[in-house]
Design a binder for this molecule. Structure first.
Ligand code: PMP
Length: 357
């Protein structure tokens, strides 16, 4: 606390990112990074861009990248907004599209950055409880459910549960709420879900947010984007150009374009993650864990008879990092990112050891 702070800063409750350890040799399964590297074509493109003139500002509109993304999704370039990680895109979304008189709705157990943006931009929100199976109850987001909403946002698959809804269910929510923006945060969609991007031409109130941090293995490059009707994109552009007109540097733009140009690498590595997720789920269930059905690159699991926080600390003592949330309903759970097969084997052995002691 300082007397130099604004009254807003004093009231903020900032997001706490997962630990990025400075020690070597840890098995890092705490921040949902991809276990395999990005396409070698990304590295080549960044090296080439690095050789170009960094003296000059980058393209403020990231036009070439937006065109690449538009083509990939079969949309016009005016349907694409890019930002410095999807966290930045989401921040602009809250500010530009979800700040209204009525509260924005999102699940009570979800991406913990959402209430943080509400704090920063002073947006009222209502946290809608998941059901007892930790599923989002989509009926609660229909206008017939009662209270007026100023906007809706949830991840699909949800985080940290990994549970995914099918496209029909998502469409019902979008269709039933034509007067407000419905944002589907698809950070993890490439690991087994179906994207709502195909609905964009039909619904001017739908915004779909993606990141290159997960399925494209580029968390370190910081690139995310939103897809939606040009009116929504223009709203985001207005906020972006009132905040930072050059959010993506030259290296990030070049690397992100190359990532979309290597489908073979994308397919191979995401299939590998999906495959390991299934063997990890089976392995943990055999040990007596409750594992929620995941379509993401992580699983949400509860150890038999050991509290999540204690179990996570036991894993940490064995050089394995997982994420635990100090939140009432999910206190017993751990979120474990999918690693390589070898890392998964080590994880399962450690879990067995902890349960046996
Ligand atoms: N949405 C969800 C649901 C996430 O879990 C994350 C990762 N923390 C993000 C968005 C942000 O990802 P990034 O800023 O790396 O694009």
């Amino acid at each position: 606390m300082s007397r130099y702070w604004s009254s807003l800063v004093a009231k903020l409750d900032p997001y706490v990112p997962g630990e990025q350890p400075r020690v070597q040799n840890l098995i890092k399964l705490n921040t949902n990074e991809h276990p395999y590297g990005p396409s070698p074509k990304v590295i080549e493109a960044i090296a080439r861009a690095n050789g170009e003139d960094l003296r000059l500002y980058p393209d403020p509109t990231s036009l070439a990248l937006s065109q690449t993304i538009a083509k990939y999704f079969g949309l016009g370039v005016d349907h694409v907004f890019v930002g410095n990680g999807s966290d930045e895109v989401l921040a602009h979304v809250f500010n530009a599209l979800l700040k209204h008189d009525a509260p924005v709705l999102f699940p009570d157990i979800s991406y913990s950055f959402y209430p943080v943006y509400c704090g920063l931009y002073q947006i009222e929100y209502r946290a809608v409880p998941l059901d007892q199976n930790f599923r989002i109850v989509l009926n609660d987001y229909l206008p017939s459910a009662g209270a007026k909403a100023g906007g809706i946002i949830f991840p699909n698959p949800n985080a940290p549960t990994g549970i995914c809804h099918d496209l029909d269910a998502i469409e019902q929510v979008v269709k039933a709420n034509p007067d407000i923006v419905v944002v589907i945060d698809e950070a993890y969609i490439d690991f087994g879900g179906v994207s709502a991007a195909s609905l964009i031409a039909k619904y001017p109130n739908l915004l779909v947010v993606h990141t290159l941090s997960k399925s494209r293995s580029l968390a370190g490059l910081r690139v995310g984007f939103a897809l939606g009707h040009p009116d929504l994109i223009q709203g985001l552009d207005r906020v972006k150009n009132s905040f930072n007109s050059y959010p993506l540097d030259r290296l990030a733009q070049a690397g992100a374009i190359a990532a979309f140009e290597d489908d073979a690498h994308f397919e191979k590595t995401r299939q590998a993650v999906i495959h390991t997720r299934e063997s990890m789920t089976q392995g943990l269930r055999k040990l007596g864990f409750e594992v929620l059905p995941s379509k993401a690159n992580f699983i949400f699991a509860r150890a038999p008879g050991v509290a999540g926080e204690v179990f996570a600390a036991e894993l940490r003592a064995r050089n394995i990092l997982v994420r635990h949330f100090k939140k009432e309903r999910i206190y017993d759970f751990m979120r474990i990112s999918v690693g390589t097969d070898e890392q998964t084997e080590t994880l399962l052995q450690a879990c067995q050891e902890i349960l046996a002691q």
